[in-house]
Design a protein around this ligand. Structure first.
Ligand SMILES: [Zn+2]
Ligand SMILES: [Zn+2]
Length: 379
């Protein structure tokens, strides 16, 4: 039996998090209760924490949940094809199923229930309050999309379905990447590395990743995960290197996953081959792109696509890849945090902690805080 309350991190304002006990409501026939095993930490957690991303506060953050179905209504079990005790990966978005986006097959941009309706984006005031995975338990709405996953994979690796799903959607599905394609990935963060893994799995030919001098370790990791070449754009002439590595053609596919800086978008037009495809997935805080030369799009017949969120199919590709054990994903996972250290987890990914930085990290609510060492015992 689950307890009557759940520990949860509640965000009350920019940079304000507090640990609270939140009542667990009864579920009905169409919904379920998830016991959270792990919640991935990603760039948008940082933006939500600092207040860059507008959300309705107070709320429980955490939009990359992995967990065990603790309780489930009979109808939900039938509709979702899962039972109590199953491990599931939960999609962030909770689509309405009826709006134009949903019926068009673009449920990841559904706004049918108002604003962005998904885990970590629904305020605490909306019953039953437990709408985020920075908690021991999370409510599963009747319109949730859940993917059953094998239970023998460590939770901190299984929870990578999220960045990897994004890799499949952004680096494979949207640009239609396949054998023979050269793929250039701008940015070696967890999404960039996930794009490397996905492009490799899709049979891409040459994979190149760019980064800054301070990204040396991440660029080395990109090589280990399947990139053929890496470029330090501060030390090398990136345009010339891309041309050289693609036999003078430029990259067939460019995936832009760098955070904040808009300059790589203008550069992408130079890197891409004639007739090539560019996918933009890194958000830039609504800043304009300086030196953006649109004539290059015309002259080279470039296709540019925006990417928001992940699709069911891309998540499935990610989950099958994780379950296959073919890729050494553990190399990408750098940190586990107990629930109490949610703030530290976010700050570390955001580069706010000088001594240490993370690539893929997650909260493990079931992991207890290490008690401080009691020196008395050793006397
Ligand atoms: Zn995320
Ligand atoms: Zn909808």
């Amino acid at each position: 039996m689950p307890p009557r309350t759940s520990r949860a991190i509640v965000q009350t304002g920019p940079r304000q998090l507090e640990l609270r006990e939140v009542p667990i409501a009864e579920i009905d026939d169409d919904s379920a209760l998830l016991r959270v095993e792990a919640c991935g930490i990603c760039g948008s957690d940082v933006e939500q924490y600092t207040g860059t991303l507008p959300v309705r506060l107070p709320l429980i953050p955490g939009h990359e949940p992995l967990g065990i179905i603790e309780k489930i209504g009979d109808r939900a079990a039938k509709r979702w094809g899962v039972n109590a005790g199953d491990r599931v990966a939960v999609e962030t978005l909770i689509p309405c199923g009826h709006c134009r986006a949903c019926v068009d097959g673009r449920y990841q941009v559904c706004r049918g229930r108002g604003a962005m309706f998904g885990y970590a984006y629904v305020p605490l005031s909306h019953p039953p309050a437990l709408w985020g995975a920075y908690a021991d338990y999370m409510y599963l709405d009747p319109f949730s999309l859940v993917h059953k996953m094998r239970k023998d994979i460590p939770a901190n690796i299984a929870v990578m379905f999220n960045p990897l799903g994004a890799g499949f959607r952004w680096a494979v599905e949207l640009p239609d990447t396949g054998p023979g394609d050269s793929v250039l990935i701008l940015g070696p963060g967890q999404r960039g590395l996930a794009s490397v893994i996905a492009a490799r799995a899709a049979g891409a030919d040459t994979i190149i990743v760019t980064g800054l001098t301070r990204d040396a370790q991440k660029l080395a990791l990109a090589r280990e995960l399947g990139a053929d070449h890496v470029i330090d754009i501060e030390q090398e002439d990136a345009r010339a290197r891309v041309r050289e590595l693609t036999n003078g053609h430029g990259a067939d596919v460019v995936v832009e996953v760098s955070a904040y800086a808009p300059e790589p978008i203008a550069e992408a037009l130079f890197y891409v081959a004639t007739g090539g495809r560019i996918v933009l997935a890194g958000v830039k805080g609504f800043k304009p792109v300086p030196d953006f030369i649109s004539d290059l799009i015309v002259a080279k017949e470039i296709t540019i696509k925006g990417a928001f969120g992940v699709t069911w199919r891309a998540y499935e590709s990610a989950i099958r890849l994780i379950e296959s054990g073919r890729v050494p994903l553990a190399k990408m996972h750098t940190h586990d945090f107990p629930l109490e250290q949610a703030e530290r987890a976010i700050q570390m990914l955001g580069g706010e902690i000088a001594s240490e930085s993370s690539i893929h990290s997650c909260l493990l609510p079931e992991q207890k805080m290490q008690p401080p060492m009691n020196t008395d015992e050793h006397r």
